[in-house]
Design a binder for this molecule. Sequence first.
Ligand code: AMP
Length: 396
Amino acid sequence: MKQPGILVLNAGSSSIKFLFFVEQNDDLAPVLRGQVEGLHTAPHFIARDGAGRVVDEKRWGEGTALGHQGAVAHLAAFLRAEGSNYALHAVGHRVVHGGMDHVQPERVTPDLLRSLERLVPLAPLHQPHNLAPIRLLLEHQPDLPQVACFDTAFHATNEDVARRFAIPSDLHDAGVRRYGFHGLSYEYVSAALPAHDPAAAAGKVVACHLGNGVSMCAIDGGRSVANTMGFTAVEGLPMGTRSGSLDPGVLLYLMDERKMDARAIEKLLYSQSGLLGMSGISSDMRNLLESDDPRARTAVDVFVYRIRRELGSLAAAMGGLDALVFTAGIGENSAAIRERVCRDAAWLGIELDAKANAAGGPRISTAASRTAAWVIPTNEELMIARHTRRVVEGRD
Ligand code: AMP
């Protein structure tokens, strides 16, 4: 008999990543993972089993426009194929923006889809791609349960004072406010922390999601209090290619003096800035850490300095700090960046255990450290799978 499971989709502009989870020991475990990439150029599908062995692969020729439609169809056919051990029970989607109205995972309906489509202007680079597979599955398999999980939802607990920009309030009322992102990652880390450090998990935590996208979140008693991302996922810290916060006057200057329009500024802020823009070398922290080019050093220095400043700000928002948690690509893998961040945070009571840090944790502060520091690998897909199971089984 085929084992029922949950498909988790993370759809971007040019790729769809997927994981397939089945029940295991009261939780969910991934048994298949893979992606279809190059959706509009040279599509490539690959699926691996839980041990990382390739179980299926297909390449379409250069110039084939498979699109989201073709990719979803291929994925559905792959899961249905003869010989597949699994049956598709439900699909969970990562959706970047839930706006003001969608603050927890929700079962997909045509009404929900219409409501999420209205949020496209708030996240034009992500939202349309997140919604494409939802729309296709709703059309072709209307009886298949689908659940939308929002990257903004975890921050719904932020108070009004943390959300407001100091602009006329009619704009706030129309939705121009701080939402925050990486919520599924923070939710996972929050759920995992009690097993490591129950006292800190019940207290004041700053989690640093340092990946290609970068943000930090103040979490008090398991609830998001503040985070560095705002109206869009470009606010806050410098990222791989995104600028992070800028003086808004810079935008006016770019428009008036450089005659840049909205699209040119969007490209500059989202694709040409951050580590890549500062260094002129790479958006990948590994390349910058290996380089002896002074521009690479400057980019890393600015990255660490901004984290130091935001850490003070987030600790101030909570009135203290019990633990600092590192996650995502850089946070999980770069002992050098963690070391610099922790040494900068000595004033907050963090004493780094250099040996534990070099070994990757999980605890990287000394036993005597007043404030703990941890490395907790994130797992946004597992979070989505758990939510999907709960919503489909009516447990939410
Ligand atoms: P993510 O978006 O979470 O997949 O993180 C991707 C980023 O993690 C990459 O762009 C790299 O900059 C960074 N990364 C991965 N491994 C390392 C490492 N060993 N040292 C420094 N940075 C790393």
